[in-house]
Design a protein around this ligand. Sequence first.
Ligand code: 3H9
Length: 688
Amino acid sequence: MSDFLKVSRDGDVAIVIIDNPPVNALSFHVREPLMQALVELRDDPSVAAIVIACAGRTFVAGADITEFGKPVQQPELRAIVATLETIAKPTIAAIHGTALGGGLELALGCHFRVTDAGAKLGLPEVKLGLLPGGGGTVRLPRLVGALKALKMIVSGASIGAEEAHAAGLVDAVFEGDLTTHAVNFAREIARKGGPFTPVRDRDEGLKTTDLAAFDTEAADLAKKARGLEAPIACAQAVRNAVTLHFDEALAAERALFVKLVASDQSRAQRHLFFAEREAAKIPGKDFIKRRIARVGVIGAGTMGGGIAMAFANGGYPVTLLETSQEALRRGLATIDKNYAVSVTRGSLTEDAKRQRLARFTGSTDYADLADCDLIVEAVFEDMTVKKEVFGRLEAAAKPGAILATNTSYLDINEIAASTSRPQDVLGLHFFSPANVMKLLEIVRAEKTAPDALAAVVDLARRIGKVAVVVGVCHGFVGNRMLAARGAESEALLLEGATPRQVDQAFTDFGWPMGPFQMGDLAGLDIGWRNRKARGQTAVIADTLCEQGRFGQKTGRGYYLYEAGARTAVPDPEVEALIRDKAAEKGIALRAVGAEEIIERTLYPLVNEGARILEEGIAARASDIDVVWVNGYGFPVGKGGPMFWAGLEGAAKIIERLEYWHQRTGRQVFKPAPLLKRMAETGSWEAGE
Ligand code: 3H9
């Protein structure tokens, strides 16, 4: 009856098949025929039961996110679910793949839900800065209980078929052809006869609610929300399901949804959803990708070990190379220990641990890398050392193997030029811990072959990384912008801000921690060594290091840390040191407000992003956002630095940059031409 929806019959059971690739989102062109079909089938006396299923790889994965922010076209999902609930004959959702968001809400409008064993169900709207707006917050608790619904909705995490079955969300889990099973299930249920109670009228999940326990849990979750409105709204809506009548709770859910969908936070999070998917698209991706079946990693230190784990976790066999048996033994022992910790924490089973460990082969001989399709070196960050490794790789690696360097700063064009196969060379900049952090900067060098690039982009996705392709420059996208963000750190301190005030301004903005806390966590000695190598100084940071204050690992840095604790305690000694250094330089201390802190750190961050975009180091402004949200903790509710610049106003940013440029003369404040164009056109694309 439509290109996107078909209705067929198996005897007296009607089967509605939604077919809206790629994920069967509930776009207007699906909702309209769906509503019509449901009304017709409801009123057709020859139909005894209705099965709703989907074609393709998944059940409905939610509302169509591209429609948000545009005028609503009727019928809305809520109206469809309400119509479903007027049907007296049994309605059954047959779920394969994922039933997410509006998809699960559609299924909750049915009397029954059946799935295959691999199905996943969830309400992930919170990740888009929303709450379920199709009745999910009021119907899910009626089946699974308020506390479980709260956890699912506030986290946005999906649950598997078996868990959903045990929780009362799913009525049956089948092996084999799901539609056939669903039709048989429907026929059997219809034969037994009704009445069939819609979820809105069921209360088995609500009866046992302990509201005090609920409120404790909700308060705990609210603390973790860090300024995001959606998790709080989700918790409120689930609470309403317990304390209000169904229709009142539904209306309250709607009001919250309408508010959130129009909020900057949700716009920011939706932007990131598409930005992450866009980042994986590279020109030349249509090239036939090189095949990667086996990976080699050189260096079993913290970085190399983490990288090797990331590949093994993604199912790839890994050859791990070290210079000596002893170093190899240590590296493998650390990997073993890391997996053991995951088992203790319950995030990995013993069996999965064994499987992952079985994917490692240790070696001290480059010849053993001959069967690897991708080899990543994670040795010392030094050009001479890296070139030597690539020299040895040339002899050992098979023709066509992709040779990657895990450098944070070095010139990959220079490394590539030192080999006879620059087309095979690229950068893979992992973030530490590499087995945990989502971001991967894939550095395309001048001569990197598109089929090699496409292969690693694909691989990154397979191992669960968010990949962004970037060009070669000092620090690539992330670290280069980080340097711009930190350029004024010392000046802020010397002019009167305390480390605590700077960090507080950051956490109030929504960052998980401020730059000084981050420095203490990462270790201040790293920057110190780098500065010394480059002949640079930073009077406060250098003095701290000279005093052996390297941060958390020495119990002292910008802050004090009690043994084993991570809580940063302001240190009067550091504040005195700052005062002394300011006096030596003849700087009079003054009050530095949060607004100034943001202007002098985050405006240069945006400015450097504009330069990066101008130079083509990043292909899109949204790629920069993906880097900063996934690798550096930029608050998701602000969408990344480039999206946030739009919210803040490029004109305002320029005005303040010019002010600081005039006042300090520092280049970091000189507005980038692209930022100026952005102020005129309102779009980063205009200058690309
Ligand atoms: C909601 O439901 C609100 C309701 O409560 C209330 C309404 C009133 N819409 O991720 P992939 C696109 S909010 C539009 O690469 P995978 C995606 O952009 C929604 N487009 O595939 C990509 O496009 P392209 C709640 C969507 O196999 C393509 O599909 N639901 C949507 O790795 C493939 O996506 C969610 O938040 C959508 N809903 O993962 C679920 N979903 O090829 C969001 C995907 O042009 N979706 N696209 O780049 C997902 O989590 C994953 O897409 C999924 C598949 C797990 C389903």
